[in-house]
Design a protein around this ligand. Structure first.
Ligand code: 13P
Ligand code: SF4
Length: 397
């Protein structure tokens, strides 16, 4: 084995001596049952600025009822602590719509969620996203221009009149506007089945975007369609990489997008965890690949996962395939059950994690000082059509 000299080499960083043992100490190998071996027994030292918690509390108290903080389930613990309500994207959209008296909605989540909150709240309310870099790689996989091109391709194949767009909440306001303009609906992982059932009463085909996996899993496992009823539209290929005949024959036209976190779980991770944890029940989010859902025992939205753990008997064992912040909180909340993360290599959602306590404090203190920072504001024409599609979702049977 050769020693690494590329990190912290004395030539590159004068005065710094490489410490190759540091990584070993971090893992300790002291807790073989833990997924990652990075458990820290005892008390972790305080955050680098120990006054941040007190500052967040003080700013929130100073703002009182004027501010309402929404926290998505994938947020860090340090941020969730200051959320007035926590939820999945569906519940948070409902909560935003149900707070007409809050002057400021601080959204601890990602950009598309804050856009939806802006669309669903009144004109005098302001929605703030503590870090504008908190986007979503999946939402970025469908741009407005690409989706317009897709619609042209559907029209050229003679089927656009029969297609109803169903767009996952994880999409930009522009895509939601497109969806509303074409008589479609938004869905989340909690109501995708109802959204598809509704859409198929309005037309004979669905354009589902941007998450191919949620679309496929819902169509096949919940509506009983076959894999052959689904085609995959690749926005980077002419005509989506599909012939007119394929578009005519399909019931589901799935957009070629995916979540860069959930898309990393594999059927092998399911097989491995079954070996590691005898009797484990494997529960995954529907954004995982179809073969992973088939290998798992249960599939459901973030709220479903939380309810399943709440209802599970003491002593039961669970492997969860969703974002790591939530899985860690679930493990903590259920010390009487074994709760492990499905895969050893999948990481936190890096964009969700952009929202941290410093950014939250900065946002709240700015409001106290009378400055509105990082306001998310959707252009009115887009918002009007996007609201139609969001209202359609909120009205789903
Ligand atoms: P939920 O719809 O379960 O809140 O999921 C949002 C999300 O970003 C999933 O990756
Ligand atoms: Fe987007 Fe996936 Fe992160 Fe959810 S977990 S915000 S879908 S990248």
């Amino acid at each position: 084995m050769t020693a690494r000299t590329d990190v912290a080499s004395p030539e590159l960083m004068p005065g710094v001596t490489p410490t190759p043992l540091a990584l070993l100490l971090l893992g300790r190998q002291s807790d073989p049952a833990s997924e990652r071996g990075v458990d820290c027994p005892g008390d972790l030292p305080a955050a680098s600025d120990p006054t941040l918690v007190a500052r967040a509390r003080a700013a929130k108290a100073a703002l009182g009822e004027r501010v309402f903080v929404l926290g998505h389930h994938y947020q860090r613990d340090e941020v969730i602590e200051f959320a007035d309500v926590t939820g999945d994207s569906f519940k948070l959209a409902q909560q935003a719509a149900a707070r007409p008296d809050a002057e400021f909605i601080v959204f601890a989540g990602v950009h598309f969620m804050a856009e939806s909150a802006d669309i669903l709240t009144g004109p005098d309310q302001k929605v703030l996203l503590p870090d504008l870099a908190a986007g979503c790689s999946m939402a970025d996989m469908a741009t407005f221009e690409q989706v317009e091109q897709c619609w042209d391709d559907l029209a050229a194949a003679g089927v656009a009149d029969t297609v109803v767009p169903v767009s996952y909440m994880n999409s930009s306001a522009a895509i939601k506007g497109f969806t509303g303009r074409h008589g479609g609906t938004i869905c989340t992982s909690s109501n995708a089945k109802r959204a598809l059932e509704w859409a198929l009463t309005q037309g004979t085909k669905v354009l589902f975007l941007p998450d191919q996996h949620l679309g496929r899993n819902t169509a096949v496992l919940e509506l009983g369609l076959s894999l052959d009823d689904c085609v995959l539209y690749d926005p980077h290929k002419p005509g989506g990489g599909l012939t007119a005949q394929q578009l005519q024959d399909a019931t589901m036209v799935l957009w070629k997008g995916h979540c860069s976190v959930h898309g990393r779980f594999t059927a092998q991770s399911v097989a491995d965890v079954r070996e590691r944890v005898p009797g484990v029940t494997v529960l995954v989010h529907p954004e995982v690949k179809h073969e992973v859902v088939l290998a798992a025992d249960l599939v459901g939205s973030t709220e479903y996962i939380i309810r399943a753990l709440d209802a599970a008997p003491a002593g039961s064992s669970w492997a969860i395939g969703t974002e790591l912040n939530l899985v860690r909180r679930l493990a903590k909340a259920h010390p009487d059950k074994t709760v492990v993360f499905l895969d050893k290599t999948v990481c936190f959602c890096s964009t969700m994690n952009r929202i941290d306590l410093p950014h939250l404090v900065w946002t709240l203190e700015s409001l106290v000082e009378g400055r509105v920072v990082n306001q998310i504001s959707v252009e009115p024409e887009t918002a009007r059509y996007a609201k139609q599609a969001l209202d359609q979702m909120l009205a789903l049977p």
